[in-house]
Ligand binder design. Structure first.
Ligand SMILES: C[S@@+](CC[C@H](N)C(=O)[O-])C[C@H]1O[C@@H](n2cnc3c(N)ncnc32)[C@H](O)[C@@H]1O
Length: 281
């Protein structure tokens, strides 16, 4: 736990009341808007208005949120089945069905998970993320992805994960909230800190399939948000993963990554989110 008001119990987390003061309901926040698209209740009028505005222009967006969430679950399951027991989930989002520790601990109850998010609403719900898990296997960091060293050196991380052994880092639907050139530096720093045999799980919004008009409309749709939105091309994302071994089928739509189920009514192009799992050699 870091940079927050004092804890009221052994979880190391501040009380939900203490965190409320940090919650800004005047601008849309990605965690809350994503929760709205997923059918959750942890969002405010400003998030719903923004969510409706975006979905009005891009009707596949709520389906893309569901496809992204399902991709994350399949990726964690895939890695847990191959023996990965440590997960660093950065840009956690609000708790919901299929949280990383639930998926991983279904395969091995001793799997360890560190969650990281910079949104106070996620912090306010962090206890829910820890429910059912012991304080030794799951931790929550109130930190920003733009400070990877702060994350890597946090005491709660070192007491939960052993960075000398393989870790899967989840960067699922989070890097597209970070402007160029930081994603490159962030991924490079994380890679450098991880042991060989570690993995990066990446998902990221793209404008590759948008026509010129829709592409030009994007900045206006998120102009007043707490964060900008920075879609990236397939080539940009392949460059981020350069030097890593892509797990088959490679960088594809989150809709299609090792998905045995009905992909639903929207095409991969309409979903517009790439996903990949890559191994650090
Ligand atoms: C769209 S949600 C994705 C949640 C989850 N990873 C998933 O895919 O289901 C993006 C999350 O990233 C978090 N986030 C955005 N920018 C961040 C940053 N710079 N540092 C840490 N978390 C960030 C948001 O607060 C939000 O919870």
């Amino acid at each position: 736990m870091s940079a927050a008001t004092p804890s009221d119990d052994e979880s190391g987390l501040p009380t939900a009341d203490d965190v409320l003061a940090r919650i800004d309901t005047t601008v849309a926040h990605p965690a809350r808007r994503y929760n709205y698209w997923l059918g959750g209740k942890d969002n405010f009028a400003v998030d719903r208005a923004s969510g409706d505005l975006i979905a009005g222009r891009f009707p596949a967006v709520p389906a893309a949120a569901r496809a992204n969430r399902a991709f994350a679950g399949r990726a964690v399951q895939y890695l847990a089945r191959r023996g990965i027991r440590q997960f660093l989930d950065i840009g956690t989002g609000l708790p919901g069905p299929g949280n990383t520790h639930e998926v991983a601990q279904r395969i091995d109850p001793l799997s360890r998970v560190v969650y990281v998010d910079n949104d106070p609403i996620v912090l306010a719900h962090a206890r829910a993320l820890l429910i059912g898990a012991t304080q030794y296997t799951v931790a929550y960091l109130d930190r920003d992805l733009r400070d990877p060293d702060g994350i890597l050196h946090d005491e709660a991380l070192s007491s939960t994960l052993d960075l000398a052994r393989p870790v899967a880092v989840l960067l699922v639907a989070v890097l597209h909230f970070i402007d160029h050139p930081e994603p490159h530096d962030i991924v490079a720093r994380l890679r450098q800190a991880l042991a060989p045999g570690s993995y990066v799980v990446l998902s990221h919004g793209t404008a590759d399939f948008l026509n010129e008009q829709d592409r030009a409309a994007l900045p206006g749709l998120t102009a007043r948000d707490a964060t900008g939105f920075y879609p990236r091309s397939r080539d940009d994302l392949l460059a981020l993963l350069d030097g890593l071994d892509l797990v088959k089928p490679g960088l594809v739509s989150v809709r299609d990554w090792r998905n045995p189920d009905d992909p639903g009514p929207f095409s991969a192009e309409e979903i517009g989110v790439y996903g990949a799992v890559a191994r650090i050699p």
